[in-house]
Ligand binder design. Sequence first.
Ligand SMILES: Cc1cc2nc3c(=O)[nH]c(=O)nc-3n(C[C@H](O)[C@H](O)[C@H](O)COP(=O)(O)OP(=O)(O)OC[C@H]3O[C@@H](n4cnc5c(N)ncnc54)[C@H](O)[C@@H]3O)c2cc1C
Length: 374
Amino acid sequence: MNIIYDIAIIGAGIAGCMVANEAKRRGLNIVLIDRASTPATGGSGAAGAFISPKLGKVTPLLSLTNQAYKYATTFYSKNYSQYFDKSGILRLPKDTNDEPNFYHYLDKLNLKGVVFNEQDLKKYNIKNEKIGLFFKDGGVCDAQGLCLALIDGINYKQLNVLHIEQKCEYILIQKQIKAKKVVFATGYEGYEKTFEYMGINGIWGSRGDFWTKSKLNISIHKNSSISCVKNSIVKLGATHIRAKNPTKACMICNGEPLNDLIQKSYQLIDLKDLKLKETFCGMRSGSKDYFPLVGKVIDVEYMLKEFPQLKKGYNKAPLKYIENIYILNGFGGRGFVLAPLMAKWLIDNIVEDVNIDKRVSPDRLFLKWVRKIK
Ligand SMILES: Cc1cc2nc3c(=O)[nH]c(=O)nc-3n(C[C@H](O)[C@H](O)[C@H](O)COP(=O)(O)OP(=O)(O)OC[C@H]3O[C@@H](n4cnc5c(N)ncnc54)[C@H](O)[C@@H]3O)c2cc1C
């Protein structure tokens, strides 16, 4: 009770584990808190954890994602190669309209990859496809193994955090833990009111691990993902169901969410004797504009009290933040791709006061939100 940690991190998904890892590398005294007794029980435990670039029109979100992809592939290969199967990832066009784009993506997106023609694809027994792009640096993580390895040697406390209190020299968490700073990495849940302006929402997803007698040494993504086969197991994922309530989303899945994924995989490749080993499901947490949420948290109560004209479009008020509170969230369907770079940026900000990249700072969402409140 007397220890005052430098940082307490709430939430032990990939976001929390990665930021704990980054903080420990910088020599900070930290504690990682989760309501579950082990890490990766939320969205992160459900993830297939494919590490794949984003293909499409060049947009700020695509550039950010691919910057994070390059950082993640290097980070995992260098530090956690046991939990990162660098199988390479073969990307296939979504449909015939998407095919012509595949001749230009490598130049346009500045990604290191190789074009696979029909003959190359046949070598991997891929059916009915004319072109693909193979990214040898991509692959697939062991989500739970990686989270556990990231937090090796870090203090872990099982606690459902419902209350924090600002004291003079520290923040008191659930009347038990003291820390100078707190990072909320609570995924889809947690601290709703404080973060309301960020509009955190959820997309439910399911995926499966299957036994197979087939051999496949690359991972593939078309409109769903197929992992390389390791120890006779292939991962197929994942479904996407937008819903506010996880329980409802689960009911929409109707207990048979994986049939569609199996059918999609059969259209691409023959996987022999596919037999379900385990189902995984969980919530991906996204922001309103699909960019991550990294950095300080605005003191909404203060801002509304001091600047009521904000509601009418006034935009000159200097932002005031809740002291020593930070967020790392909104990773959507790419938590394992985004986490290494976003955790680094957050710790750079906390430790060295480096400005947070405007694309990911939650500030971007505040004024829009304020104008809409009644
Ligand atoms: C089916 C599926 C497939 C996916 N596939 C991929 C993929 O292939 N590649 C990829 O990069 N990403 C994938 N994702 C997305 C990825 O899983 C998410 O982006 C990532 O899990 C987000 O991590 P997080 O740490 O922000 O949240 P979470 O993993 O949800 O972690 C939040 C943690 O906070 C804890 N918590 C919340 N509130 C409290 C509280 N009050 N007190 C204490 N603890 C609290 C929870 O217990 C939980 O452990 C997939 C997701 C799903 C669901």
